[in-house]
Design a protein around this ligand. Structure first.
Ligand code: GLU
Length: 507
C-alpha cells in the first residue's frame, strides 16, 4: 500500500513570511489536498540566534488569512508533535550519537577563533577554506585525536560540534520531482555541523530526523535548499532510512518585476508593492513593512497570483479558486526557471475578485471605512451606489475614491476643469437650471433627465456647455458616473444646494 501523502511547510521564525514562503506553503497544501494527504506546519527554530519574536504568530496568521490551514502543526495539534523543533530537543541527540558510532559523523573541537584564523590564512593564499575531506585530517577532531583525548575534551566541557563525514568522491544522483535528475559529487561538499554542545541540532539533522519521524513523503521547498539535498539524501542513508525517505521537489525562485534577480523586500519598497502577506512591524527597529492584506488585497486574489508564480495549468485559464487550484495542481507543471512577479498583474487579479463580489458583500467591506469618515448612509442606497461604481475599482478603498461625492459635497473644484468649462455665462444658466430642478416632483434619473432635456431644447442650449459645470458642482471634477444617476442618488436637496454653492463660490 502506498503511504499516505504527508507534506510539511517548515519555516524558520526569523521574520515575516515572504511571498516565496507563502508559495511554498501553497504548493505543499495543494499537493496534499489533491492527493488526499496531510499538510503540516513545523516551526524550525533550532537556530536561536536568528529567532525573531512575533514571527511564528505572523506565520500562523498569514497561513490562516490565505486559507492554507494545516492539518497538523504548531497551533493546530496532531499526533506527531511537538511541531516546534526547540521543543523536540531531546529527540535529536540519539541520532547524532548513532551517526558518530556508525562512522558517518565525528566530533570536532576547533574553536570559532581557530577556524577563523585558518579561514584568513586561506584567504591570504587566495583560497577558500572549507571543513571537508581535504582539510579534516589536519584539524582538531575525533578523526585526528585519540579516543582518550576525545573523551577528555568532552569531559572537560570543551566546546564541540558533531560534523557529518562527507564520503569521498561519491556521486549522489537524485530525481527532483521538478528538475529531474540532479547530480552532486561529494568532493564538492563540506562536512556540515549536525549537532552542537548546547544540545541543539542544526537545521540539517533536525530537518531530516523530523521528516522521518513525521512520516513526510514529499519535501517541497524553495530552490535555495537544492544544495542541501545531497547531504539530506546521505543522512537518510546513514541513518538507515533510505527505503522510506521522502522525495524532493525544489521550487523555482520568484524574480523581480524586471526578471533579473530574486525578488526582495527592497524591490517592493522601491516600486511600491508588498512582498509580505500581512503588515509586519520589525520588533527590533520598529520598521513597518506593508502587507497584501492591509493594502486591500483579497486573499483569493493573493492566492491566485501566487499560484501562477512558477505553475500553470497548461491551459489559458488564469482565474482559479482554491478548489480549482486543488483540482488542477500537479508538480509536473511547476517550471524550473525563475518566475517573474508582476505587481500590475496583482492588481488586475484583485480587480477581478472585486467584480466577482456581490454589491451587498462589498457594502459590508466598505462600511468600516465610511464609519471612520463619519458617513451615514442607508444600506439599500449604499448597495445601489456600489453597483454603479464598482466597475471602476480594484480595491475596496477605491470605492471611496470613486464614490466619495455620493456621501459628501465637494470641498474644492478641479481647477483645470473650471478654467476650461466655467464660462462667464455659466452661473446665470445654472441658476435657471436650479429653478427647473426645484419644480421637479418625480426625483428619479429618468424623469429628471426628460424634463431637463426638454428645458435645454426649449432654451436652445447645448448639453456640452452645461453638463460639465453641473458635474463640477456635484462631484468637484469632471469624473463620475452618469450625471442623472448622481442626481437621483444624492437626492433633490443636495443636488440643488451643491449647484447653488458652486454658483456662489466658483469665480
Ligand atoms: N527551515 C527551512 C526554511 O526556513 C526549511 C527548509 C525545508 O523545507 O527543508 O526554509
Amino acid at each position: 500500500m502506498e503511504a499516505k501523502v504527508r507534506v510539511r511547510f517548515a519555516p524558520s521564525p526569523t521574520g515575516p513570511l515572504h511571498m516565496g514562503g507563502v508559495r511554498t506553503a501553497l504548493f505543499n497544501y495543494l499537493f496534499a489536498k489533491k492527493l488526499g494527504g496531510d499538510f503540516l506546519l513545523r516551526i524550525e527554530d533550532t537556530d536561536q540566534t536568528r529567532y525573531v519574536p512575533g514571527a511564528e504568530d505572523y506565520i500562523i496568521e498569514a497561513l490562516k488569512w490565505c486559507g492554507l490551514v494545516p492539518d497538523e502543526g504548531v497551533g493546530f495539534g496532531g499526533e506527531y508533535g511537538p511541531y516546534r523543533q526547540s521543543e523536540r530537543k531531546a529527540i535529536y541527540r540519539q541520532y547524532a550519537d548513532q551517526l558518530v558510532e556508525s562512522g558517518h559523523a565525528y566530533y570536532a573541537f576547533d574553536t570559532p577563533e581557530e577556524l577563523d584564523n585558518i579561514r584568513k590564512e586561506a584567504e591570504a593564499q587566495k583560497e577558500v577554506f572549507s571543513y571537508d575531506l581535504h582539510t579534516r585530517n589536519r584539524l582538531k577532531n575525533s578523526l585526528t585525536l585519540s579516543a582518550e583525548e576525545v573523551q577528555q575534551k568532552i569531559a572537560a566541557g570543551e566546546n564541540w560540534v558533531i560534523r557529518f563525514k562527507m564520503p569521498e568522491n561519491t556521486d549522489v544522483p537524485e530525481k527532483d520531482l521538478i528538475r529531474g535528475e540532479v547530480k552532486f559529487n561529494t568532493n564538492q561538499l563540506d562536512d556540515k555541523v549536525l549537532f552542537k554542545a548546547d544540545g541543539m541540532p542544526t537545521y540539517h539533522l533536525a530537518n531530516v530526523v523530523d521528516d522521518h519521524l513525521m512520516k513526510i513523503t514529499h519535501v517541497i521547498r524553495g530552490e535555495e535548499w537544492l544544495p542541501s539535498m545531497p547531504l539530506h539524501v546521505l543522512l537518510y542513508e546513514a541513518l538507515g532510512w533510505a527505503d522510506n525517505r521522502p522525495q524532493f521537489a525544489h521550487l523555482p525562485l520568484i524574480l523581480k518585476p524586471t526578471g533579473k534577480g530574486k525578488l526582495s523586500k527592497r524591490d517592493g519598497d522601491k516600486m511600491g508593492f508588498p512582498v509580505f502577506p500581512l503588515l509586519w512591524k520589525d520588533p527590533a527597529s520598529g520598521e513597518l513593512s506593508r502587507g497584501y492584506r492591509e493594502d486591500g488585497y483579497f486573499p483569493e486574489a493573493f492566492i491566485n497570483l501566487i499560484a501562477l508564480l512558477g505553475w500553470n495549468a497548461g491551459t489559458e485559464q488564469e482565474f482559479f479558486s482554491m478548489t480549482e487550484l486543488i483540482e488542477s495542481f500537479s508538480l509536473d507543471r511547476v517550471v524550473k526557471s525563475g518566475a517573474r512577479f508582476d505587481p500590475e498583474k496583482a492588481k488586475w487579479f484583485n480587480r477581478h475578485y472585486l467584480q466577482e463580489k456581490s454589491d451587498e458583500e462589498l457594502a459590508q467591506l466598505f462600511k468600516p471605512m465610511l464609519n471612520d469618515k463619519n458617513v451615514q448612509v442607508e444600506e439599500a442606497k449604499l448597495i445601489r451606489i456600489i453597483g454603479m461604481i464598482k466597475e471602476r475599482c480594484e480595491f475596496v478603498s477605491d470605492l471611496w475614491e470613486q464614490g466619495n461625492y455620493f456621501f459628501q459635497a465637494p470641498e474644492s473644484y478641479d481647477e483645470k476643469t473650471v478654467s476650461k468649462k466655467w464660462k462667464a455665462e455659466t452661473p446665470a444658466m445654472l441658476s435657471e437650471i436650479v429653478e427647473l430642478l426645484k419644480g421637479q416632483n418625480n426625483w428619479n434619473a429618468v424623469d429628471v433627465k426628460e424634463e431637463f432635456s426638454n428645458f435645454m431644447n426649449a432654451k436652445g442650449w447645448g448639453f456640452g456647455v452645461i453638463l460639465v459645470p453641473i458635474r463640477l458642482a456635484l462631484v468637484g471634477s469632471s469624473q463620475g458616473i452618469d450625471l442623472f444617476d448622481i442626481f437621483e442618488l444624492i437626492g433633490k436637496e443636495a443636488t440643488i444646494s451643491r449647484i447653488e454653492k458652486a454658483i456662489a463660490s466658483i469665480k
